[in-house]
Ligand binder design. Structure first.
Ligand code: TGC
Ligand code: FAD
Length: 392
């Protein structure tokens, strides 16, 4: 892969809106990605392997629990710093951002928000330092967009719960030490349970043959009469709103992350267009290529403004689920379109692993599907503005 020459586009001088802390977090993450992710990521994506050596680095830059209070090992940062971290990590690779998103928003967040003080003390510092890695089990073979129909269930056996069922498409599952699993009790009410690797009847087979997010490990969570201690139930919230509440936080991070992937594709295509000569001129001199590049920077700038304003609303505790859906949907689609256009600017070279664009493009095909598909987010906006749900 070519050396990482990334220069961040900032057409509307958004840097002026960032605090010193935001810039510090953003620059430290950018430097780390250049040093630790860019040189190795293509190889790991090609061999479909998660680069586990980056776990310590992710912990050191504060990517595990950026907004979790420092009392529990988190970085205690605000939501804009969290967004910038996700942007810079996904600039390197969406799969690496997935690992950080799942750990922070889908494992640490529910333990922090719905867990007991004992659960917080037991798990959060280890998750923040990367000593423990986590996964989040919501999706099932028969229930993806419709998690409320889940079949995984647990029974109260007096001194423990007995868990049965299966989860599919679970990021980090093959290597995670713990899983936050959503299952129904005997009354059909959804609860979160912390399941630990090594519990009898719990297995995590890896999902192979992915053309997307190849540097992220994906797998199943299978529960065959797993005895879960009663103290592993998250008591603070139940019902479908509990897992969906975690998704709000992860979807917000993705709205920023997608900008990172788009910026990398744009920056690569711009540099290539200025260097590559055809018909005696750099291809950047042709109007058709300028149209592509001009539209890219316009869309990136709009996405940056959307994410920044959403970050302000999040910091004030005012961001709604529907506002988050709009940003996730818009920014991921924007990134996917830019990746496809950028790939064309590189001609044949665009399909090789010499450049990051094709990897971003294939990764974004997962990002547009997970954490709520493109269609589901449109329906969330539709329901919000009309007051009428069109899901069912
Ligand atoms: P619905 O009747 O609308 O809602 C059920 C209850 O949940 C509440 N609620 C929320 N609460 C908090 N946050 C949210 N985002 C919420 N959305 C809904 C709602 O108020 C209601 O509460 P209550 O008290 O009235 O019971 O539920 P529905 O069954 O009609 O479904 C709605 C729908 C389709 C929007 C929802 O199910 C959905 O979002 N589906 C998409 C599923 C999804 O996003 N799965 C993601 C799995 S995790 C993942 O992909 C990780 S990828 C790895 C990575 O991040 O990198
Ligand atoms: P389906 O729900 O079967 O949808 C198929 C198609 O039908 C989609 O186009 C969808 O938009 C459309 N559709 C569905 N319902 C409607 C409707 N009401 N109206 C109109 N169209 C509709 N899940 C986890 O729990 N944890 C994870 O860590 C995790 N990681 C993932 C990692 C990867 C790489 C991938 C690909 C997925 C991951 N997921 C995870 C699962 C992900 O959240 C689901 O794939 C996603 O929610 C969609 O579910 P599905 O794949 O079953 O598609």
């Amino acid at each position: 892969m070519k050396p990482d020459l990334f220069e961040s586009p900032d057409y509307y001088m958004l840097d002026d809106l960032l605090s010193d802390e935001h810039k510090l977090v953003r620059n430290a993450t950018r430097d780390w990605v250049k040093r630790a992710v860019s040189p190795i990521i293509e190889d790991y994506a090609q061999k479909a392997e998660f680069p586990s050596q980056i776990i310590n680095g992710l912990a050191e830059i504060g990517a595990f629990g950026p907004y979790i209070p420092s009392t529990y090992g988190g970085a205690g940062l605000d939501q804009i710093s969290y967004g910038l971290l996700m942007q810079e990590i996904e600039r390197g690779d969406s799969g690496v951002r997935s690992t950080a998103s799942v750990q922070s928003s889908l494992v640490m967040y529910p333990i922090f928000a719905y867990g007991t003080e004992d659960q917080r003390k037991k798990y959060l510092p280890k998750l923040a330092s990367g000593e423990f890695m986590g996964s989040f089990g919501l999706t099932e073979p028969n229930h993806g967009s419709n998690p409320g129909g889940m079949e995984t269930k647990f029974k109260d056996m007096g001194d423990h719960y007995l868990l049965n069922g299966a989860k599919l498409w679970i990021s980090n599952a093959p290597f995670a030490d713990i899983a936050v699993v959503w299952a129904k009790n005997e009354e059909g009410r959804i609860h979160g349970l912390i399941v630990e690797r090594g519990m009898e009847g719990f297995s995590t087979p890896e999902t192979h043959n992915k053309w997307s997010l190849r540097a992220s490990a994906t797998g199943e969570l299978i529960f065959d009469d797993v005895k879960v201690p009663k103290e592993n139930l998250l008591p603070g919230k139940n019902g479908l709103g509990a897992p969906l509440g975690c998704l709000d936080s992860a979807r917000y991070g993705i709205a920023w992350g997608a900008i990172g992937a788009a910026m990398d594709c744009y920056d690569t295509a711009l540099r290539y267009a200025k260097e590559r000569t055809q018909f005696g001129k750099p291809i950047a001199a042709f109007q058709l290529q300028q149209k592509k590049l001009a539209e890219m920077i316009t869309e990136i700038t709009k996405a940056q403004l959307l994410a920044y304003r959403l970050g302000q609303l999040k910091n004030e505790g005012k961001a709604t689920t529907a506002q988050i859906s709009m940003a996730k949907r818009n920014n991921v689609e924007m990134a996917l379109k830019i990746a496809r256009e950028a790939r064309q600017i590189l001609g044949g070279m665009g399909i090789t692993g010499e450049y990051s664009i094709m990897r971003h493009m294939m990764n974004l095909e997962s990002v547009v599907t997970y954490e709520g598909t493109h269609d589901i987010h449109l329906l969330i906006t539709g329901a919000d503005i009309t007051g009428i749900q069109a899901f069912k």
